[in-house]
Write a protein that binds this ligand. Sequence first.
Ligand code: MG
Ligand code: ZN
Length: 461
Amino acid sequence: MLHKGYSLVLTALAFIAFALTFMAVKIGNADLSKTTANASNTTQTSIDSIDNQVIAKEVAIKSVRTEAEKINTPPPPARPKNIILMIGDGMGITHITAATIYNKNTLNLERLPVVGLMKTFSTQLITDSAASATAMATGKKTYNGAIAMDARKNKLKTIVEIAEDKGLATGIVTTSSVTHATPAAFYSHQPRRSRVNREVSAEFMTQGIEVLMGGGKRYFKKEHRQDKRDLLRELRRKGYTVVDKLSEVGKDVPRKMVCLIDDMQPSGYNKRGDFLPDATHKAAQILDRDKDGFFMMVEGAQIDWGGHSRNSKFIINEMLDFDRSVGKAIDFAEADGETLVIVTSDHETGGYSINDGSLKKGEVKTKFTDDYHTATMVPLYAFGPGAEQFGGTIDNTEIFIKSCQLLDLEIPKDILEAYQKQTDNGDSAEIGADSTDIMDAHGPVFDSGFGQRFNKSKTKK
Ligand code: MG
Ligand code: ZN
């Protein structure tokens, strides 16, 4: 019995042991299953988070792709409503540098973010102002002395005429006579630039140009015209406000205005005062009245004359005057937001260089290699919508092409075809480059009015 009892105890113990073991296993299992459950939860969570991360990454990649696509397919380039083309006649890089040094190492020109270089060749290596202005105004290279006429003496349509046809307002502002080569090439057509002042002023009467400012009043006067036409009276009848000084209109903004400040060539900067900056500002205000936009040409004409007379002081004064006018144009364009300002030159004058001086004292010591134009490329600056078109190296004819494209003006078919052909085969227009061309280039400039005027200063070295 004892044995039986013992075995019973054993059985009981075994049972308890089994039970305990079972419980232990159960507990262990429970723990294990808990752990497993936790593990699987963690796994699920990390899979979810990886999924989420993958999705997030895909979204990010997609948006990067979209950004990249946006960058690769840029929005249609901004187009200007207005263009102000500013030409510093004879202004090369040295002219700008000399003015910069004199003006405590800064100019308004530095406010224009896009900079390029422009080739100035006419059909000759060294251009004159008439041929270079013709290239910029009509997109066609021609012989020196030609005013908006090609080598066969056919009239070339100018950007001013094309803009007027399309209903834009137009303006011409200069510190020379308004009939001088540079301004004349934007609105008249003459086979030779010399002794045509009265023909050019008569041609102005046939155009719809809203603003004309500069010198040359006598060419509009009855007593100085063989045809005895009183062009000043005719202008008033056509609705122009005709004045001798900008101060005569004060703050008024007339619809159309002709301001002729001198009978012939306006004085140099010292006597002329702030005519050019003020005229730039006033002309932009007047032209801005037209909802269709405007094209205006502003010329600092006398920088060139400083070069012809080998006179650094003259150059610097005229450069600073031109630069103040650039400042006025940029102020207008900044406030307006739809105006492209292009600043360039028609050619370099003087083979001008700075050989010594002091940035601290604002002094330059300079040399001239010649008293005529050179073939050196000239700088080109741009500000505003479309400015990026004017970076790099361009030809003077491209001022016309690009300006027309940006203002959506119709380019004459033959001009466009010639331009495309040049672009395609990389050829530039035919350019003569022998010494005869250079001799020819000297001819017409000096019988156009300013040669005599600056003969005295020509002796200054
Ligand atoms: Mg000029
Ligand atoms: Zn010149």
